[in-house]
Design a protein. Structure first.
Length: 184
């Protein structure tokens, strides 16, 4: 089992949807990682939320404001000269790797692992992990921390929806199937 690097870039695809973001940031509050992002990553999250309608976009904007207040040192802006020298399968993701390099992060948590191949990240001292793999490692190392984070996310989802949320089904929808199976 590998322990994750402390400073961790959270890609836009793990900041939206909310259940995944809540779990990751709750784990961060418990000492499992120091989250990092860039203004561009937050803008991508805002854009993804806007595709779901103005209410979702407004909630995302308010959440972004709250996150910036809660994690004032989390925003790292990638330097253009770093981004320009990087080569990734999707050039639109270079800013994520550049953010990791500028922020001294050894890890990027993303659902888009194909866009962050080890051959491109390795020379920079960075690895990419799926949130399911990352949170499974966290759970194996600190089960109470992850279980508490999941319980809070379930409670928040139940409060918002007004109905019971089975843990395994909720985590599967959040693209955390291994964690859901382990916790059920």
């Amino acid at each position: 089992m590998n322990q994750p690097p402390d400073r961790t870039v959270l890609d836009a695809c793990v900041l939206f949807p909310s259940v995944l973001r809540e779990i990751l940031l709750d784990v961060a509050e418990g000492g499992g990682l120091t989250p990092l992002w860039s203004a561009r990553i937050l803008a991508e999250w805002q854009l993804a939320a806007a595709r779901h309608g103005p209410d979702v976009a407004a909630i995302a904007q308010a959440t972004i404001v709250a996150l910036r207040a809660q994690w004032p040192d989390a925003q790292i802006d990638a330097m253009p000269e770093i981004e320009a020298r990087l080569a990734l399968p999707d050039s639109a993701d270079r800013h994520v790797l550049a953010t990791a390099i500028a922020g001294g992060a050894g890890l990027i948590v993303t659902q888009n692992l194909r866009d962050f191949p080890p051959r491109a990240l390795g020379p920079e001292g960075v690895i990419a992990r799926s949130p399911d793999d990352f949170l499974m490692d966290q759970w194996l190392a600190h089960p109470a921390r992850v279980e508490a984070a999941v319980a809070r996310a379930v409670a928040n989802t139940e409060a918002a929806s007004g109905r019971a949320q089975p843990v395994r089904a909720l985590l599967k929808r959040a693209r955390l199937p291994r964690l859901g199976k382990a916790l059920s």
